[in-house]
Design a protein around this ligand. Structure first.
Ligand code: NAD
Length: 262
């Protein structure tokens, strides 16, 4: 690619095309983790707009009351949280149809500088939580031919400096998603989204030069919006993707294919 072409990249985030609210999840009950911020918050909004009831889970307090959403405060790396989520879904709604495991933490440091506790925490929140989710919720999901959508990252496929535990966890989620699809089919479909640069609070503290470098690496020439990932998650969660399981859906504005064509 010619350097001049990179000047097409900008820090804008594109137009929001209104496509939601078609009842794609009407009558369904969904769990969304990492619901207080960024992509998780957008998924909650989209699921609600599509007619679902939502258990919105986050370790952080959720300030805004969203009609139809039941806020659950808890740490997804703890088995007790998942037992509580499954019990709440059963008690409040009598069912569970969709599980979106999305919460994450990232600590940026090369492996030789990363504290062991920070390694363990990132593996626990980003990877172990998906196992705990399946362990606690698959029984409920099986009752109604449910769908699981895991949030991985393009970091699963590409090495980037200072993300050893995060990348290992995200790579593990791709393998775990395939594994769960095999174990729980045909009753439960399991798919994984791999977002690229999506402008969320996770980018707070990352400078303009690094932001521009990331968007210049996309074919779209811009950041993605949380609602654009939410659209992909909704597709994988609803009957529109009824013959898709064990798949990875990359939502990165072409960031990963640009690596192939560099
Ligand atoms: N934003 C991006 O550019 C990008 C790129 C690739 C992948 N992703 C993935 O998309 C997902 C969402 O990212 P985001 O940018 O919206 O992140 P974010 O930082 O905006 O939100 C993450 C949420 O997870 C919650 N959380 C953290 N630890 C938790 C725990 N132990 N228990 C429960 N909740 C916890 C946080 O409180 C926060 O609300 C993550 O899995 C992330 O790895 C994001």
């Amino acid at each position: 690619m010619l350097m001049g072409e990179r000047s097409r990249a900008s820090l804008t985030i594109g137009d929001n095309v209104q496509t939601m609210g078609r009842g794609l999840l009407s009558g369904k009950v969904a769990v969304v983790t990492g619901a207080a911020s960024g992509i998780g918050a957008a998924v909650v909004d989209r699921f609600l707009a599509e007619g679902a009831d939502v258990l919105a889970v986050d370790v952080a307090a959720q300030t805004s009351d969203r009609p139809g959403a039941l806020a659950v405060t808890g740490d997804v790396s703890q088995a007790a949280t998942w037992r509580r989520i499954a019990e709440t879904a059963r008690a409040e709604f009598g069912r569970l149809d969709v599980l979106h495991s999305n919460a994450s933490v990232v600590v940026r440091a090369p492996a030789h500088e990363l504290a062991e506790d920070d390694w363990d925490r990132q593996i626990a929140v980003n990877l172990k939580a998906a196992y705990l989710a399946a362990n606690a919720c698959v029984g409920l999901l099986r009752e109604n031919r449910g769908a699981v959508v895991l949030s991985s990252s393009v970091h699963a496929m590409f090495g980037l400096p200072a993300h050893p535990a995060y990348a290992a966890a995200k790579g593990g989620l791709v393998s775990l998603g395939r594994q769960l699809a095999v174990e729980y089919g045909p009753d439960v479909r399991v798919n994984t989204v791999l977002p690229g640069p999506i402008l969320t609070p996770a980018w707070d503290g990352i400078g303009e030069e690094d932001r521009l470098r990331s968007v210049a690496g996309t074919a779209a020439g811009r950041f993605g919006r949380p609602d654009e990932v939410a659209a992909a998650v909704t597709f994988l969660a609803c009957a529109e993707s009824s013959y898709i399981t064990g798949a990875c859906l990359v939502v990165d504005g072409g960031w990963s294919v640009m690596k192939d064509s560099a």
